[in-house]
Write a protein that binds this ligand. Sequence first.
Ligand code: ADP
Length: 446
Amino acid sequence: MFSKILIANRGEIALRIIRACQEMGIETVAVFSEADRDSAHVKAADEAFCIGPASPAQSYLNIPRIISAAEIGDVDAIHPGYGFLAENAHFAQVCGDCGITFIGPRPESMRLLGDKVAARELAIKNKVPVVPGSDGEIKDSNEAIKLANKIGYPIIIKAAAGGGGRGMRVVHNDMSLHSAFSSAKAEAEAAFKNGTVYMEKYIVEPRHVEVQIIADKAGNVLHLYERDCSVQRRHQKLIEESPCPILDEATREELCKNAIKIVKAANYENAATVEFLLDKNKKFYFIEVNTRVQVEHPVTELVTGHDIIKWQIRIASGETIKIKQKDIKHRGVAIECRVNAEDPSRGFSPCPGPINEFIAPGGFGVRVDTHVHQGSYISPHYDSMIAKLIVHQNTREEAIATMKRALREFKIGPIKTTIPAHLEILSHHMFVKNQVDTSFIEKHMS
Ligand code: ADP
């Protein structure tokens, strides 16, 4: 087992990883930008190094500075969290070359699955159902028009290197395809330095269902069941829950089996999430694999009792998974609400600023993962997510009631947050009756 780990991240996930390390008797090294000098993860770690100014390019994305901190701190391993360098195969490679274990998959599998076009090809090769679409990259808009007419509108243009919903355009007719194609390509080029785009049929009103996987170096691959992440705004998740409330046992088993199949085909190790869309006929289609821990991992932790961060660390240190699939039980219902510094009444626009009031909820079945406290400052340089509120109960009805009670207890001011939007969603009759899909917020929220 490692004796010291550097956490190449900030915010709630850095704190989450430090806490797991403390429980495992592992020393921790934090890195921080000048904007995060007083941040909770800096105080919680055994050592901390400032790695540059607030701008991520000069700090949390700056590989030489992070590696220097790792060398000065004399760590055995680096945990990248999510976002920043978590899915950067070059960073994983550099860590390995410097004799530091990267807590995540091998760079080769990260490269393979990080390219959505290659991942799609791998899925097809292994008979995992994919959304009808292009065979690989689409080079120009004329080719796109030909294919769109073949598969039928609506279609979606997606970036091969995509993430965070960038480089994605839904298109309904030939006329708008030309401009959507070039703007998706330009956005992908700017965001990922890779303008490769591909096409999928746009599944109308699907649910987003994903499977949590853990895989060790010896090829043991287990699933930790699914999460339903259908409540999204602009194709970005806002509420996640487990189990997916509309899945029958046979479909669940099939879904998890297919998730394992693709991870095995990629010769993958560590934690992964295999994402699918579920259409109205409960037919599922693979969309991508995320090669890191997800924001919404606590939902799975609460229903399975397995600490995913600890599994990541154990697997990276060479431990094999000794439990069997049948040992992983799913109990009750967990729901997560992402509390973002955003103004829901202004299209969820970011709302950075000082936090003068911060009272977190508690009580039975309530977990709060956050780095924020009274006196924190929410910087415009970083992600707007400031806390995750996760609840666990025996039934979905009870989980919704606990979540609503906890949301009402949660006091954050004066900045605007997504809390009022969550309360509105959780009270909506369609959410209560499980009738949600990825278009729910756009269609039903005021
Ligand atoms: P990113 O990696 O940028 O988040 P994903 O491929 O994970 O992109 O897709 C994010 C979301 O976009 C999905 O959860 C879904 O809401 C929507 N989406 C993606 N592909 C399709 C599709 N073919 N049909 C309908 N919705 C889609």
